[in-house]
Design a protein around this ligand. Structure first.
Ligand code: HEM
Length: 324
């Protein structure tokens, strides 16, 4: 058999090429996930810098250290669900620093017990179906302001992150304060500056970790290939075409953009209504592509944000029709 294979140079050559390719892929893989981290670790050790040993695989739940503070990271969907449901009230909100209290205020997000129950009732009332229906005209008016601004742009490249920040500020100003983005711009600018200062300080002092930890754990669940499949890291909105059950391989608790349980997002219906209106009004007028100037650099500023914005190129539909 071996002789017969060797007698056919083409088969012999193909087998060797295949074997070499697999070997190169394996070497590259081990270099990336084992050799390079081990080298960095021993280089650091030789300079007296020590830390927890590198491990390639963590498992779904693991312990990590934030200075002397132990952090149990839970990414197993059923356990996440159980903890966030908080049936026995066994999991209180993490204590936060005074800076974060200043930013978030002494309101619903940080309160507990009777005070939270009262505030949550008010929030649920403010965001129930009928109230949100009443806000739709203000949302549409805010979107029209944005689309009008886009119409007068010479360049068709826009930073959609900046645009959506202005849009959501406009919507919240109009629906909650009977005001406008321009009128409240100073307040929005100050809040943005404050958020940045607190986030930057977090690199020096661990005051902000409660938000970072939940972001990390959530990202872990949202990117787990065992739940989402091998393409977990790809942007593929069509994975939801047949519903969340199918997209999550029967683990609906693994999809929690708005959190889960009693402390889930009180503004979820508000945010979803705004998003649906925005998408339908934009997509009626424009198609878009990601600009070559976009650099993928997600970073934590209270929530996950694109550090250098999201530049997209808009193609107005009337322009496309003229070309055809
Ligand atoms: C796409 C937009 C949004 C996303 C992805 C989002 C996500 C979340 C998440 C994950 C939580 C839970 C945080 C935790 O577990 O500690 C939360 C809480 C909350 N969100 Fe949102 N949110 C969004 C928009 C909004 C909006 C527009 C409002 C109000 C107008 C809002 C109001 C709240 C409130 C009040 C809470 C605290 C609820 C409580 O503790 O009882 N959110 N949000």
């Amino acid at each position: 058999m071996l002789l017969a294979t060797m007698a056919n140079p083409l088969i012999y050559f193909s087998s060797c090429t295949l074997f070499l390719s697999i070997l190169i892929i394996l070497i590259k893989f081990f270099n990336k996930v084992w050799w390079t981290p081990i080298c960095i670790q021993s280089l650091m050790k030789s300079q007296g810098i020590r830390g927890p040993s590198y491990r390639f695989l963590h498992g779904m739940n693991f312990l990590q250290w934030y200075g002397p503070q132990a952090q149990l990271i839970i990414t197993e969907p059923e356990l996440v669900k159980q903890i966030l449901s908080n049936k026995d009230r066994a999991y209180p909100k993490t204590k936060v620093s005074s800076e974060i209290k200043k930013l978030l205020g002494d309101g619903i997000v940080l309160s507990e017990g009777e005070k939270w129950v009262k505030l949550r009732k008010l929030a649920n009332h403010a965001f129930h179906g009928e109230s949100i229906k009443g806000m739709v005209p203000e949302m549409i008016a805010s979107l029209e302001i944005m689309l009008e601004r886009w119409r007068h742009r010479n360049s068709k490249e826009i930073d959609i992150f900046v645009e959506f920040k202005i849009l959501t500020s406009e919507v919240i100003s109009r629906t909650s304060f009977g005001s406008s983005y321009l009128e409240g711009q100073h307040v929005f600018d100050m809040l943005t500056r404050m958020t940045h200062i607190i986030s930057e300080n977090n690199y020096r002092a661990p005051t902000f970790s409660f938000i970072q930890d939940s972001n990390v754990a959530e990202m872990n669940v949202h990117q787990n290939p065992e739940i989402w499949g091998e393409d977990a890291l790809l942007f593929k909105p069509e994975r939801f075409a047949d519903g969340v059950v199918k997209a999550t391989n029967n683990n609906i608790a693994a999809f929690m953009p708005f959190g889960l349980g009693p402390r889930n997002c009180a503004g979820m219906n508000f945010a979803i209504t705004e998003t649906k209106l925005a998408l339908s009004m934009i997509l009626q007028r424009y198609s878009f592509t990601l600009s070559p100037t976009y650099a993928h650099c997600p970073t934590e500023v209270l929530t996950m944000c694109p550090q250098h914005g999201v530049q997209v190129i808009l193609q107005p539909y009337d322009h496309i029709a003229l070309k055809v």
